[in-house]
Design a protein around this ligand. Structure first.
Ligand code: GCB
Length: 624
């Protein structure tokens, strides 16, 4: 077993987590039995389903990019893994009577990274398997190790290398990797990936969600070469509550676990020495005079980590994020989060956003709107989006796709959620612009949901004690013109986040400025979603019903929203839903939606709707 994998597995056993929630006596026995079953399934899951936790900071390592054209076989009935047609066995038709229908040769090709749906018209609404194949030459030097790193494959991936299955991964938005040191041949190698984007009941997300189910190898693929003993991972951030104490750890992978390690930050005149223990772990703790990262001054430092056998560098920023009663404090100062929701989609291209220039388009729109914060909904977006946001001075809410109708009762669900959380935090824990991890969005109330998300939040705090934790809810209680926030899950979370659609899915219960919000918790509130739909160019009187789908109605809705929002004393952030119109297979009526959710402030062609200017004015006004 690979050392990275072994480490990850021992991090937090699931049984430890579930036991944190005190069950009633009568249900304990059942829970113990259920936990044993879960534990068993958890190990099965890891053995059979999960990829290895990916190396941190791929950009800072020695990589060979496998992006570009890949050969594909489209497999609607998903039979290529069976005995009948073993696509991965990489065999060629022999004689002229052999059939070609399942051969990569002379078949179509697709670009990687990128979703398959937008690349071939027959794949537009495709939800099944597409097989990808890439051959590449490699010469691995002695004393080096080699990994195949996938930035993201939606939803399941089975990976075959030189005629052998090397592993699988489940989850469309987090990275994974496999070590191929002992499998790579000097010369030509064959890499085959079965991708499958079929929605499944116990998937994350589950069967239903309001965004487009783009499938395939949607993110970068790289070969990563390391020394035999290498810097596997590190966490270098300010200690919670401090603006000068850097606190974290470094992890060495490989045989020579005990090493002298140096952390150098030239611009802050830091040269810190530490030593890793028998497990390859070194603590990091030093004090520095630092220019703190903030939206106004997104300062990043070059940080060098050097061990006896390896070295790596990365741009890292330092800031402190905390809450004090209903305040959110950035570097000790109260801050209002001027946010917007973003899906990872380029509307004009009707495709998944996958490149840095795609990220630049979306984040520039957010900056133009006057944002200092973005909610990357409803799943972890590409790593380079988070990095670019960091450079552009945008704070980030990063979220797990634990969405609406998720099947919390399914026996594997907790281990799947835990794994996904670990993969997300693992990838982005050194990004100072991430101020908040979101566990979920609008999940239905149930005991399993309560204990599941509470346990997840507990795990998240263990993995990363420095950031805030939230979860978006639509479960508020309406009583006349008073709205109560009572969801007891917020006991476990730092920031309350409410999705409310007054003026759209729910009529205004009174004059917006007379509506009262009352919270059971002394915690900051972010209005994490509000808005309504408008087809760009559709005209109507502002007072027209929502069914007018007019820009004027949407504009008025936002004015009303701001009137109400201004009266909430514990409001510390707003996120209109959503930056741009996005494709949604659950919005097919041809008159206004035609396959799109039209709640964008920007249209599917990239044009600003009237409502855009209401939010822009609001955010600009907050600066004065
Ligand atoms: C919501 C969901 C979001 C939907 C949105 C809508 O509450 O969180 O995913 O797209 O409403 O447009 O209905």
């Amino acid at each position: 077993m690979n050392c990275i994998f072994a480490t990850a597995m021992t991090q937090t056993p699931v049984s430890g987590l579930t036991s944190k929630i005190k069950p009633a006596l009568s249900t304990r026995k059942f829970i113990i039995q259920r936990n044993s079953l879960c534990l068993f399934l958890f190990f099965l899951y890891f053995q059979n389903i999960s990829g290895q936790f990916a190396l941190t900071n791929i950009e800072g390592r020695n990589t060979t990019c496998l992006n570009g054209r890949w050969q594909v076989v489209i497999d609607p009935f998903d039979i290529g893994a069976g005995d009948w047609k073993s696509l991965w066995k990489d065999k060629k038709p022999q004689g002229k009577h052999d059939f070609y229908e399942y051969s990569f040769d002379e078949g179509p090709e697709l670009e990687v990274p990128g979703d398959f749906n937008s690349q071939l018209s027959e794949l537009n609404y495709f939800e099944s398997s597409v097989w990808y194949k890439k051959t590449f030459s490699y010469q691995l030097q002695k004393d080096k190790r080699l990994f195949i790193h996938f930035g993201g494959v939606n939803y399941k991936a089975d990976v075959y290398f030189n005629n052998e299955k090397i592993g699988s991964h489940e989850g469309g938005f987090t990275p994974f990797q496999f070590e191929i040191t002992n499998k790579v041949k000097n010369g030509l190698n064959s890499l085959i990936v079965r991708t499958n984007n079929a929605r499944i009941k116990d998937g994350i997300p589950g069967l239903g969600f309001d965004w487009f189910n783009y499938g395939g190898i949607t993110r970068d693929v790289n070969l990563v070469e390391t020394s035999t003993t290498f810097i596997e991972d590190y966490f270098i951030q300010l200690k919670k509550g401090s603006t000068s104490e850097v606190n974290g750890w470094i992890k060495i992978g490989g045989d020579l676990k005990k090493q002298k390690i140096t952390v150098v930050i030239p611009e802050a005149a830091i040269r810190y020495q530490t030593t890793s223990d028998d497990n390859g772990k070194a603590d990091v703790n030093f004090t520095a005079t630092l220019s703190l990262w903030s939206p106004d001054q997104p300062k990043l430092y070059k940080v060098f980590i050097r061990s006896e056998t390896d070295s790596i560098e990365e741009l890292i920023g330092f800031r402190n994020i905390s809450v004090n009663e209903t305040d959110i404090l950035l570097n000790g100062k109260s801050i209002f989060l001027k946010g917007v929701n973003i899906h990872e989609e380029i509307p004009q291209g009707k495709r998944r956003a996958y490149s840095e220039s795609d990220a630049l388009q979306l984040l520039t729109w957010a900056k133009d709107l006057g944002c200092n914060f973005v909610r990357l909904a409803h799943y972890p977006h590409n790593e380079h989006t988070v990095k670019l946001a960091e450079k552009m001075g945008l704070m980030v809410w990063e979220e797990l796709p634990i969405y609406q109708g998720i099947d919390f009762g399914s026996p594997l669900m907790q281990s799947k959620m835990d794994t996904m959380l670990k993969e997300m935090v693992h990838r982005d824990k050194n990004r100072c612009n991430i101020i908040m991890w979101s566990m979920s969005n609008e999940t239905s109330l149930s005991p399993a949901r309560y204990s599941g998300i509470a346990a997840l939040a507990g795990l998240c705090r263990k993995l990363d004690p420095t950031r805030l934790i939230s979860s978006a809810t639509d479960k508020v209680t309406y009583e006349d013109s008073t709205i109560y926030i009572k969801d007891t899950l917020y006991r476990f979370l730092d920031v309350i986040a409410v999705n409310e659609y007054l003026g759209w899915y729910r009529t205004w219960p009174g004059k917006p400025s007379n509506i009262k919000w009352i919270s059971d918790f002394k915690k900051p509130l972010i209005m994490s979603e509000f808005g309504g739909e408008a087809l760009y160019g559709s005209k109507g009187e502002p007072k027209d019903a929502a069914s007018s789908w007019s820009e004027e109605y949407q504009e008025k809705l936002y004015k009303d929203q701001l009137e109400m929002l201004r009266t909430i004393p514990f409001l510390r952030g707003t996120c209109p839903w959503i930056l741009a119109d996005f494709r949604s297979p659950v919005r097919m009526h041809p008159v206004y939606q035609n396959g799109w959710n039209r709640k964008g402030l920007i249209s599917d062609r990239g044009l600003k709707k009237k409502a855009w200017f209401i939010i822009e004015k609001f955010y600009t006004g907050l600066n004065k």
